[in-house]
Design a protein around this ligand. Structure first.
Ligand code: ARG
Length: 258
């Protein structure tokens, strides 16, 4: 009897710490980190401030992580690597001002949308291009892998694609292309910054060419995680938190909820 008790005590002493340690380590590292893939060249959604990513989507993800008790980890890359990386399971979430499209839905899962955006045309102030109709046969710059790129290609424009948004902007500034096509809120932000110090000013034409809902993207099969994120995101949209975050970045907010 005494022997059995001794054996049991030894077994408990050895086994218990192993189990306890094991589970707390899993919780901290594997399960509790939410790794996002982002292209931080897209203000006000994500951009670098002294090398640190900030913006509307970083704020939203911070709140989501807080609610879910997860630690946010940010991986930076060009936009055209975000969705392939998510699809391959290298990152948990694509956070990059990503528009929901039917084509992308074949490859990734999306959360509910949290805002609406549109493609805009940016030209030098003296340009003869005044509307979408004037883009026919013209050279346009876009960022690689974006909806701007597929929209311009589908319309038959002469498209130059750049990995970085700033290079697509530079192309119109230096006259390599006639126009730059990019999402409206980012156009507003980048043009404002550029015009503050530029000789030749850029203008954004007042014509929304598309209507695109933004959402966060996940690897197919990650339905549980999408549901968890959705439960927080939908609340942040409906209680006005997302609208307040847009206000903080001086950006007009269009809700995707009718
Ligand atoms: N909304 C557009 C798209 O989904 C452009 C996104 C670009 N994002 C970025 N972080 N540079 O294609």
């Amino acid at each position: 009897m005494k022997k059995l008790f001794l054996i049991l005590t030894v077994v408990l002493l050895v086994v218990c710490p192993v189990f306890c340690l094991g589970s707390s380590e899993n919780g901290k590292n594997a399960d509790n980190t939410l790794t996002i893939a982002t292209s931080p060249d897209f203000p006000p959604f994500e951009s670098l401030n002294n090398g640190k990513p900030e913006g509307i989507e970083i704020d939203i993800l911070d709140l989501i992580c807080k609610e879910l008790g997860k630690e946010l980890k940010i991986e930076q890359m060009d936009f055209d690597s975000v969705l392939p990386g998510v699809q391959a399971g290298k990152y948990d979430v694509g956070v990059s001002g990503i528009s929901i499209t039917e084509q992308r839905k074949k490859n990734v899962l999306f959360t509910e949308p949290y805002c609406l955006a549109a493609q805009a045309i940016v030209v030098p102030e003296k340009s003869k291009i005044k509307s979408k109709a004037d883009l026919d046969g013209k050279k346009v710059s876009v960022q690689s892998g974006t909806t701007a790129e597929s929209f311009c290609m589908a319309n038959g424009y002469d498209v130059s694609s750049y990995a970085a948004n700033s290079d697509a902007e530079a192309a119109v500034v230096f006259g390599k292309v006639d126009a730059w096509v990019i999402d409206d809120l980012t156009a507003a932000d980048m043009v404002k910054v550029y015009n503050a110090s530029a000789g030749v000013k850029l203008v954004i034409l007042d014509e929304a060419m598309t209507s695109e809902p933004y959402a966060f993207a996940f690897k197919k099969g990650n339905d549980t995680l999408v549901a968890q994120v959705n439960s927080v995101l939908v609340k942040l949209v409906s209680d006005g938190t997302v609208a307040k975050i847009f206000e903080k970045y001086d950006a007009p907010y269009t809700s995707p909820v009718k």
